[in-house]
Design a protein around this ligand. Structure first.
Ligand SMILES: Cc1cc2nc3c(=O)[nH]c(=O)nc-3n(C[C@H](O)[C@H](O)[C@H](O)COP(=O)(O)OP(=O)(O)OC[C@H]3O[C@@H](n4cnc5c(N)ncnc54)[C@H](O)[C@@H]3O)c2cc1C
Length: 385
């Protein structure tokens, strides 16, 4: 780092690397409860686009209730042969936060607190000195007492990738059933693996429709184009007005870099393992981490890292992923069995890391024993302490 221009000599209480979901969630929470802290966020992005919808199950007590745009009490599973199961929950709802609203709210709170947001800048190097952490950004350097690092690695190794490409469409006549989200519809398997459709109806004339695959490779949006077009045609939506596009690649069973041993430099977000291996969901975990991390810092404590998966859940997810990878033709059957075995609220608990022992027992007895015993034997006791 020799030769770096020393433009900003002040020492920040915290530097947050990455102003995505995790970085902004933490900064906005600190802006609410500790606005006196000196905080800088650094991100190479120049703008914040309405590029995604974050969904999760809520029983009305999540840290982001004020940001929820739409809730569904009911969600549906079906396979290509026409078998279908619909969940109508009593306590939980499938909830959606739109990126546009999330970015607007978090950026507003961060600006009000006077935190520094350095966009269009990339952290190139990080060095831990005896008393401070130094970040090299271009020719400039930033000094901080602590660093929360939310960078996602450029190359991710994972067992499977959940890749999806979709469009939010608007129609001229009423087309969508409002009260129900299509969680995993038309599940099937082709030569590229397991696939399904995801539908979020925002109004009777506006919905997000996504074609999703579980694939051993991180496929591009273009490679999903023909399936997305076929899906829109099948639903009679190929002439609907396209409002925006959404594409994502979520690692399932991601290999996580070992955490730093220095408590001043902690990792969080998707790059630190926030996404659940078996599902790709991570938004609520990131919100819960941001709450806990901000509370620790507000008490004068250290920043907290994203917590690793508890060993039992990590092992169960690894077994499930192994069974899915080995036999993608059976994946639709496994998901339908899960949906039938659990009550809607138990399913929501399972998806929100709050499954009870009874929920897990129901799940295990519902799944076919042979493929899962073989998967358990393949996974062994790795990672199961
Ligand atoms: C389209 C899409 C839809 C999703 N939907 C859901 C959902 O419905 N439910 C759910 O639970 N999860 C969902 N996820 C998964 C997960 O919640 C998101 O990926 C979430 O954005 C992860 O937050 P993050 O902060 O870890 O990563 P990001 O939001 O990707 O932020 C990481 C930031 O780090 C920055 N960065 C990278 N390199 C550097 C560097 N060298 N210096 C500084 N900054 C750097 C990046 O520019 C980026 O802004 C979705 C993901 C995608 C892509």
């Amino acid at each position: 780092m020799r030769g770096a221009k020393h433009l900003a000599e002040e020492t920040h209480d915290l530097a947050i690397i990455g102003a995505g979901c995790a970085g902004l969630s933490l900064a906005a929470r600190l802006a609410d409860i500790s606005p006196h802290l000196k905080i800088v966020l650094i991100d190479p992005r120049q703008t914040f686009e309405d590029d995604r919808t974050w969904c999760f199950w809520s029983a009305g007590n999540t840290p982001v209730e004020h940001l929820i745009d739409k809730r569904w009490q009911s969600w549906r599973f079906s396979n290509v042969e026409g078998r279908a199961i619909t969940h109508h929950a009593e306590l939980s709802q499938y909830a959606c936060v739109r990126a546009e609203r999330f970015y607007k709210s978090t950026l507003h709170r961060i600006e009000n607190a006077g935190f520094q947001l350095r966009l269009g800048e990339t952290v190139r190097e990080l060095a831990l000195d005896a008393d401070r952490v130094r970040l090299l950004i271009g020719e400039d350097r930033v000094l901080a007492r602590n660093v929360v690092d939310t960078r996602t690695p450029p190359h991710i190794t994972a067992k499977l990738f959940q890749v999806f490409s979709g469009v939010e469409v608007e129609t001229e006549i009423d087309r969508f059933e409002l009260g129900q989200a299509g969680l995993m519809e038309d599940m099937g398997c082709d030569e590229y693996g397991f696939h399904f459709t995801y539908t979020l109806p925002f109004s009777s004339r506006r919905a997000l429709i996504e074609f999703t695959r579980f694939s051993p490779i991180a496929m591009s949006a273009t490679s999903l184009d023909s399936q997305l077009q076929a899906l829109l045609a099948q639903r009679g939506l190929n002439r609907a007005r396209i409002l925006r596009r959404e594409y994502g690649v979520l690692p399932m069973g991601q290999v996580i870099e070992p955490p730093s041993k220095d408590p001043r430099w902690v990792r969080a977000g998707a790059g630190a393992g926030a996404l659940r291996s078996a599902t790709g969901y991570g938004f609520l975990r990131i919100q819960n981490w941001a709450e806990a991390c901000a509370a620790s810092m507000a008490r004068g404590g250290p920043p907290l890292a994203q917590q690793p998966e508890p060993p039992l859940r990590a092992w169960l997810d690894a077994v499930f992923l192994s069974a899915l990878t080995k036999q993608p033709t059976s994946a639709a059957d496994y998901f339908l069995r899960m949906a039938r075995a659990l009550t809607p609220d138990a399913f929501a608990r399972f998806m929100s890391d709050a499954a009870r022992s009874r929920d897990l027992a129901h799940l295990m007895t519902a799944l076919p024993p042979m493929p899962f015993l073989s998967a358990a034997a393949r996974v062994g006791l790795k990672g199961f302490a």
